[in-house]
Write a protein that binds this ligand. Structure first.
Ligand SMILES: [Fe+2]
Ligand SMILES: [Fe+2]
Length: 481
């Protein structure tokens, strides 16, 4: 896969990251020379604050992280220009000496808080691994809960985000971390523990960055259908589809990560539905349906109880509350007053329906194939689903979605691993050929169905039909990750 150039969003993050490092390091140096009330410190703090608050305002939080010698701002690597190299090197050293690897502003800060913070960092002992604990405590004592630090992390070589970032591996990392997060959140809610919203936000920012750069890797992962842990996979898949839809209709980056959060938490009310009902193989009776139908309302109450949501709450709540309401309001819960479903609600509805029907069920081992679900959605567009969003979604998933098992005119079998960006090539994806050896199917080479034979000018391969992977005992997920 050719490397994609950085998006303009990433450029911007990188630029803001540079500004942050320059201004923050100047302030940190100032703290060793001047005292707190010196006018120079005031000026440095104000400049630094401008950058911080600008980032927090547009991206919801500022998360700075050192990985080896690289700096990241909101999970985007900061590109260091030669003329800033010395500043970066000096700043990274200062933080490393104190074992601080992460700084986060989760809300807009004030000059006083920023000054408190910078004097606190500057006063930390050198070579003390537990500095971050001390600093976190101090920030708590001083009533500054919106600034956080964390310990410098050491990465094994293969985990380093190098320049030629391995998009696939990063996506996998985001995917499985998100699954764990959903698990944690659901357990937390059951046991009335605090939910780590900051972590969720950061993960969703990661997912957004991955999708903006290249959505095929993450969309491919949504094919993992593990039916024991269905709710976890499902929630993450809905988040990924929702972000991908949001990106296609041009929502700003900040809204995209909120959309991801809304996806992650849309079914949170299901934690209150007994397993016996969720996994029941037979038909549900009226009372059982009643219990299932209560999950959007219960979920909404749960989300509302989480105080840490901040300004996220409204959009999050609508996602949870409205995802079964349907476009024409024929779904549930029943409303006493007519209203219009919010954009977030409509996006989550589309994503939720597609993923829910594609999943294997306890009583239905084989999920619907994608074509059939997309067909159903087109039929019901304008009734159950927002027609425009449905169109966007169907185009996004494509005629042959990632993970489709296909038969070629050469009699070879393959799995769709990449969809072309050009609409006219939508039926000519990249395909990983399979070959049969020692009783099982193995991965062969990847071919591009858009390739033509040079002498005849004809396409080298064409898709004859799609095949059901269950019939061939093929676990698609294994081929995609
Ligand atoms: Fe639901
Ligand atoms: Fe759902």
């Amino acid at each position: 896969m050719p490397e994609k150039p950085l998006s303009s969003q990433d450029d911007l993050s990188s630029k803001m990251g540079t500004e942050f490092v320059i201004r923050f390091s100047r302030l940190l140096k100032g703290a060793t020379i001047y005292d707190r009330n010196n006018v120079v410190m005031d000026q440095y703090a104000q400049e630094c604050l401008q950058t911080i608050n600008h980032v927090v305002k547009s991206e919801d939080s500022l998360f700075f992280k050192i990985v080896r010698d690289n700096c990241f701002l909101n999970n985007v690597k900061i590109q260091v220009r030669v003329d800033n190299y010395a500043i970066f090197k000096g700043f990274v050293n200062e933080l490393k000496k104190r074992w601080i690897g992460e700084i986060e502003f989760s809300e807009m800060a004030t000059t006083e808080h920023l000054k408190d913070f910078v004097f606190l960092i500057s006063g930390l002992e050198e070579n003390n691994e537990s500095n971050y604990l001390y600093a976190e405590k101090q920030l708590g004592y001083r009533g500054i809960p919106h600034i956080h630090v964390a310990k410098l992390e050491f990465f094994k070589d293969e985990e380093i985000y190098v320049d030629s970032e391995d998009q696939k591996r990063r996506s996998k990392d985001v995917y499985f971390k998100s699954i764990n997060l959903v698990k944690e959140v659901m357990d937390g809610i059951k046991n009335q523990r605090m939910v780590n919203i900051r972590k969720a936000k950061r993960l969703m920012q990661n997912a957004v960055n991955a999708i903006i750069q290249d959505d095929s890797a993450l969309l491919g992962l949504t094919n993992i259908k593990n039916y024991d842990e269905y709710t976890f996979n499902h929630s993450v898949n809905v988040a990924i589809y929702a972000i991908a839809i949001g990106q296609r209709i041009g929502l700003p980056k900040k809204h995209l990560s909120h959309l991801g959060m809304a996806g992650i938490f849309h079914d949170i009310g299901k934690t209150s539905v007994p397993k016996e009902i969720l996994n029941k193989t037979g038909k549900l009776n009226a009372e059982e349906w009643e219990v299932i139908r209560s999950h959007p309302v219960i979920g909404t109450e749960m989300v509302m109880r989480m105080k840490e949501w901040g300004e996220l709450s409204t959009r999050m709540i609508t996602g949870t509350f409205e995802h079964h309401l349907r476009f024409d309001l024929s779904g549930y819960p029943k409303l006493t007053r007519k209203k219009r479903i919010s954009l977030f609600g409509r996006i989550i509805t589309v994503a939720d329906f597609y993923d829910a029907l594609g999943r294997p069920r306890v009583y239905n081992r084989f999920p619907y194939v994608s074509e059939k679900i997309l067909g159903l959605m087109m039929e019901r567009a304008g009734k159950e689903f927002d027609p425009v969003l449905t169109k966007v979604f169907v185009n996004m998933i494509g005629v042959f979605p990632l993970g489709t098992l296909i038969l070629l005119n050469t009699n070879e079998m393959g799995i769709v691993v990449q969809i072309q960006d050009e609409t006219e090539l939508i039926d000519r994806p990249k395909v990983n050929l399979l070959f049969y050896k020692d009783g099982q199917y193995m991965k062969g080479r990847i071919i591009n169905l858009a390739e033509k034979d040079e002498t005849t000018g004809e396409y080298k391969w064409s898709i004859v039909k799609t095949l059901d992977p269950n019939e061939y005992n093929i676990n698609i997920a294994e081929y995609l990750i």
